[in-house]
Structure formats: structure tokens, C-alpha cells
Design a protein around this ligand. Structure first.
Ligand code: NI
Length: 160
């Protein structure tokens, strides 16, 4: 496993659409493990493959709830949404920016897991927010383009 380099604001790859995964081979499995390790290292709630420079429809999410392992979603598709929530949001590709956005309050997402099995997850609150944010990444959509005007906060990083 390895920590991958995060593509940050200004990198044009972030605006590209990712392609479907056709075969879950060893290279994909290694990518997924690296994505989880990278997300954890940076205390992120989610990471899309495009953020480590790979244009494939893969996202990992961890809401850090006890007993809940990271979610691995391959070729995810949001099939239903319900309600709205206005939430504070950030993104590992925009390490110093935070803003409020509107996300679905609840949603249902269909995907494949790392074994290639079809899964369906009902998500709400933080998990729904994370799924919505990460699936947006796969379509080249960034949270910064959908923030509620006037809510952007730019944080100066603390030095170690
Ligand atoms: Ni993001």
C-alpha cells in the first residue's frame, strides 16, 4: 500500500469525467487500498480516484463511526434522493477551503463492491453528503462550484 499524491485545485483532471470500471483486477484493488490509506492519512471522509489522478469511477468513504468499515463504491449510481441538508463542506483537493453547500438529506446509491458484487446503500446525513460529493467528482463536478454564495472560508494551514 502507498500514500498517493492528491491532485489539487487548478489541476484540470479534476474537471474530467471518470470512466466506468470494466474489470476489477489487481491494479484496481491496489488503487482502492491506496485510496483508503491516503484518505485516512489526511483524515478525509471521502476520496474519488480522480483525486489521485486516475479517471475511474471509484470512490471510498469513511464516516469514522465505530464498527462501520470504509465504503468502497465502484461505478456508483445515485438512484434516489430525498430532502435537502445545508452543510459545511471541504474537499481534500481544496485543503484550505470550506463552504456551505446543499446536499440531499437521504439517498440510495447502487454500486459494485471490491468483489464485484452489486450493493445498494441507503445513506442519510453525513454519509449522504459524502456520497453526493464523491459521485460529483466522478462527473468532474466540484463542491466549490456549488457553494452557497458568501459562505466560503479560506483557512491558513497551521504549521506542524
Ligand atoms: Ni472532494
Amino acid at each position: 500500500m502507498a500514500i498517493r499524491i492528491i491532485r489539487e485545485e487548478g489541476d484540470e483532471i479534476l474537471k474530467k469525467r471518470s470512466r466506468e470500471v470494466e474489470k476489477i483486477d489487481d491494479k484496481i484493488l491496489e488503487l482502492i487500498q491506496d485510496m483508503i490509506e491516503t484518505m485516512h492519512k489526511l483524515n478525509g471522509v471521502g476520496l474519488a480516484a480522480v483525486q489521485v489522478g486516475v479517471l475511474k469511477r471509484i470512490v471510498v468513504i469513511d464516516i469514522y463511526e465505530e464498527g462501520v468499515p470504509p465504503f468502497i463504491l465502484i461505478n456508483p449510481e445515485i438512484i434516489k434522493t430525498k430532502g435537502e441538508q445545508t452543510v459545511e463542506e471541504g474537499c481534500l483537493s481544496f485543503p484550505n477551503k470550506f463552504a456551505k453547500v446543499v446536499r440531499p438529506k437521504e439517498l440510495v446509491v447502487r454500486a459494485l463492491n471490491e468483489k464485484g458484487e452489486k450493493i445498494e446503500i441507503k445513506a442519510k446525513d453525513l454519509l449522504a453528503q459524502a456520497v453526493s460529493h464523491e459521485v460529483d467528482h466522478l462527473n468532474g463536478e466540484l463542491f466549490i462550484d456549488k457553494i452557497i454564495p458568501g459562505t466560503l472560508e479560506i483557512v491558513t494551514p497551521e504549521k506542524d
